[in-house]
Design a protein around this ligand. Structure first.
Ligand SMILES: O=C([O-])CC(=O)C(=O)O
Ligand SMILES: [Mg+2]
Length: 575
């Protein structure tokens, strides 16, 4: 794609229709007014029984609906009632996806008004199971599939997507879906789920969201042999071939949607995640949710926890189990924050942060054989093979699990944390629930109610010794919707670490005394839209300060600005 090819991209002539030469193909777009069945079958406009008489009359719907007219509130109560009849989480997931396909505004109204109840259905943990069984439960496609078969024509595939003004893309290649491993093309559930949170939690218009799954094959033998698998039945393409394919994708995205479309990399395997982020962060508006979003949410929890513990960040010693995207991403952001707070160099602040991977504590003697993203964490220490040994040797005040392997914070490990900490901070971040390093109940019981605990997937409150404990959910969904909104409303063209720090600060500052009193280091999700607006404002302010904002002049009140651009799922009236 040479710059003088005539397919211009950019803002004015996004689809190259004006500048295309005669031998270049353009798409014959048309627009028309929907009515009758067509209107009812369009999830963006369908209101079901809520169409008024006037609308039924004007849009040729009379007779196609029974006479009753219901309000959106009544519809909401009805669907919630029906959902609650399902006891199997996957059935709730399927019912919600059907609703999204049938009546988008009702779907988002439900999600916004019942966020604490429905988050575990459209998101972790249920979305994990949905991805594992995606082939069997597949009814109608969601999102855009770009497989190796489309090599050389990715731009054309992007043009097949019906919506034009895309602002956020969440893309995965399915190689590391949550802590469940390689689910290939069936990873699509993740971008779809993440983007429904962009809308429900961050207020981005649904039509501006584009979920994409890149299918370069899968190494999951079970899926390769499965009758209902939806992806390419071949092993993963890697190396040069993979890099070229992803490069074509990244170029096509910029060409089709311009400079300001946000691309969120999600659930790529370590090797590709770090590479893609460093390769494209200087030319595209990109961030990696698993490296940077998770880092920002954990840092927020740690900043908030200072109030409960009466300690500053630099007083802590951190130990991670898991040295992949999440582990090293969090570690880097903590080191950066401490460096900003204390004026010490990053090299120095890294010294109190230790990581354990599958081979044991990361120490200097292992440096030669370590992948590059682990090397900064190889400190001087004798080798230690097991987590328990590392805990006893390092005596961390904060223990963070990011390995994607469940049940690894054993009774011995958690009890050890409780022997040298009055209030051990324990974060079991791996998703979904089956991969959590320990449960909330285990954390509270094994520390005799002294732990401050948060997890990536939700746990119910726990009763221990007559007292109720409320576990927090340290999940990147606190961050990415607000971060995305802040980037979009300011017209950001690049993501910088300072914006992640701004997001962490904004989130931490919204934990109230009442939350702290319950042992929480995160605010409840019930207020998430307000929280997202504050995060967006804080990220937006940093974007302007760094000179990376293109929506000028800078609005005075960024919180107001954020709130005013948030999507509302309330039905619109049709003329
Ligand atoms: O999706 C989630 O719940 C958090 C996340 O990014 C992951 O576990 O990969
Ligand atoms: Mg993820």
């Amino acid at each position: 794609m040479s710059s003088n090819s005539g397919v211009g991209g950019g803002i004015a002539d996004v689809y190259g229709e004006d500048s295309a030469t005669l031998d270049q193909l353009v798409t014959p777009w048309v627009t028309s007014v929907a009515s009758g069945c067509t209107l009812m079958r369009d999830p963006r406009y369908n209101k079901g029984l809520a169409f008024t008489d006037k609308e039924r009359d004007a849009h040729y719907l009379t007779g196609l609906l029974p006479p009753v007219i219901l309000s959106q509130d009544v519809q909401e109560r009805k669907v919630m009632h029906n959902l609650r009849q399902y006891t199997v989480p996957l059935q709730r997931y399927m019912a919600l996806m059907d609703l999204q396909e049938r009546n988008e505004r009702l779907f988002y109204k439900l999600l916004i008004d019942n966020v604490e109840e429905l988050l575990p259905v459209v998101y972790t943990p249920t979305v994990g199971e949905a991805c594992q069984k995606y082939g069997s439960i597949f009814r109608r496609p969601q999102g855009l599939y770009i497989s190796l078969k489309e090599k050389g024509k990715i731009l054309e595939v992007l043009k097949n997507w019906p919506q034009r003004g895309i602002q956020v893309i969440v893309v995965t290649d399915g190689e590391r879906i949550l802590g469940l491993g390689d689910l290939g093309c069936q990873g699509m559930g993740i971008p779809v789920g993440k983007l429904s949170l962009y809308t429900a939690l961050g207020g981005i218009r649904p039509s501006a969201c584009l979920p994409i799954t890149i299918d370069v094959g899968t190494n999951n033998e079970k899926l390769l042999n499965e009758e209902f698998y939806i992806g390419l039945k071949q092993r993963r393409e890697n190396g040069e071939e993979y890099a070229e394919f992803l490069h074509e994708f990244m170029c096509a995205v910029k060409q089709n949607y311009g400079e300001k479309v946000l691309v969120q990399f999600e659930d790529f395997a370590n090797h590709h995640a770090f590479e893609l982020l460093s390769k494209y962060s200087s030319s595209h508006l990109v961030f990696n949710d698993d490296i940077q979003g998770t880092a920002s949410v954990v840092l927020a929890g740690l900043i908030a926890a200072q109030k409960v513990l009466g300690k500053s960040l630099s007083d802590h010693t951190f130990l991670f189990l898991g040295a992949g995207e999440a582990g090293t991403g969090i570690a880097e952001l903590i080191a950066l924050q401490i460096s900003k707070e204390t004026g010490k160099s990053i090299d120095e602040t890294r010294g109190k942060i230790w990581l354990v991977d599958s081979k044991g504590l990361i120490v200097s003697s292992r440096k030669e054989s370590l992948q590059h993203f682990k090397q900064p964490w190889a400190h001087d220490h004798e080798p230690v093979k097991e987590l328990l040994g590392a805990v006893n040797a390092i005596k961390p005040t904060v223990l963070i699990g990011t390995s994607g392997v469940g049940k690894t914070f054993t009774k011995e490990v958690v009890e050890a944390m409780a022997t040298f900490n009055e209030k051990p901070l324990i974060l079991a971040l791996s998703n979904p629930t089956s991969q959590a390093e320990c449960t909330a109940e285990e954390a509270y019981t094994w520390t005799k109610g002294r732990a401050i605990f948060a997890s990536g997937s939700p746990f119910d409150p726990v009763e221990y010794d007559g007292k109720k404990f409320f576990p927090g959910q340290a999940n990147n969904c606190y961050i990415f919707p607000g971060l995305g909104l802040g980037l979009i409303m300011s017209g950001a063209i690049r993501v910088r670490e300072d914006m992640l720090l701004a997001a962490s600060d904004a989130l931490a500052s919204q934990v109230t005394e009442e939350n702290f009193a319950k042992g929480l280091i995160y605010p409840p999700f019930a207020n998430i839209r307000k929280i997202s607006a504050n995060i967006a404002a804080s990220v937006g302010a940093k974007t302007y300060e760094l000179g990376l904002a293109s929506n000028l002049p800078r609005p005075k009140d960024l919180v107001k600005m954020a709130e005013s651009c948030m999507y509302s799922p309330v039905y619109r009236n049709f003329r």
